[in-house]
Design a protein around this ligand. Structure first.
Ligand code: IPE
Ligand code: IPE
Ligand code: MG
Length: 243
């Protein structure tokens, strides 16, 4: 445990939870069963990140592109989001977790929108893990909505174009200044699939073939070890980083 405590942990872990459908297919089950089985690792990651005092955990639950899946799958996912949040909210509150949902929320079913807002409000004062769930989210959507927000401020005279810096732009994104330090993707694909584009600018990327429902504590540990072994140079030379 002493070694585990000493290793450098990321402040912000972001996870693309992929492979639910393949996990289900391998068992002769429907895709919805795979999504349901994915709740176990979600609980585990929240618990482990909380215990390790990791500041923020962002989970990619549903992308802008996932809207184009068959209506039955989209419907079952919306139902699963609603039911699982209802079932878990008290536990999250007890764990001092502060929840936020990022994405184009107006596209979600109205009762889910209300539930997400209620969960944010209920946990807003919590000081533990920042749990950020990306639903109906796309990195490009996020960048475009930030640009539109700044354009409106310029049009109203509240902001001048010369005042738009990286700092100011970051503030207008859904996560604000919350760069991902470690991005984990399960399911074997080595791509971003439009996840946190702005916030991944200097993230360490960890890919594993493990399907999301099978992702266990040892897998998370391996990803954290991978992060701890990286030298994050931010463009400098190794000697500069060391000093
Ligand atoms: C990820 O699992 C969950 C969502 C995209 C909602 P998939 O449903 O993409 O599972 P695979 O990639 O088909 O196995
Ligand atoms: C990315 O997985 C989105 C989520 C995990 C929510 P996808 O399965 O949708 O991504 P692609 O289709 O492999 O790029
Ligand atoms: Mg997939």
């Amino acid at each position: 445990m002493a070694g585990a405590a000493a290793k450098t942990l990321p402040r912000h872990v972001a996870i693309t939870m992929d492979g639910n459908g393949r996990w289900a297919a391998a068992r002769g089950l429907g895709r919805a069963a795979g999504h349901k089985a994915g709740l176990g690792p979600v609980r585990m990651c929240i618990q482990e990140c909380s215990q390790r005092n990791i500041e923020a955990l962002t989970l990619f639950a549903f992308s802008s592109e996932n809207w184009a899946r068959p209506a039955a799958e989209v419907g079952s996912l919306m139902g699963l989001f609603f039911d699982s949040l209802e079932a878990e909210i008290s536990e999250l509150q007890a764990r001092n977790v502060a929840m936020r949902f990022i994405g184009a929320r107006r596209r979600l079913p109205v009762r889910l929108q209300a539930q997400l807002a209620a969960a944010e409000e209920r946990t807003a004062g919590n000081t533990g893990l920042k749990l950020q769930v990306a639903v109906s989210y796309g990195g490009r959507w996020d960048i475009v909505q930030a640009a539109a927000q700044l354009a409106r401020e310029c049009a109203s005279g509240a902001l001048r174009a010369e005042e738009i810096t990286e700092e100011r732009f970051a503030q207008a994104t859904t996560l604000g200044h919350c760069d991902a330090e470690l991005v984990i993707r399960t399911g074997g694909e080595q791509r971003l699939s439009n996840f946190l584009l702005w916030h991944c600018a200097y993230a360490e990327l960890y890919f594993t073939p493990r399907l999301w429902p099978d992702f266990g504590v040892a897998d998370l540990e391996e990803a954290l070890d991978f992060f701890a072994a990286r030298e994050r140079r931010f463009g400098l030379l190794s000697g500069q980083v060391a000093s």
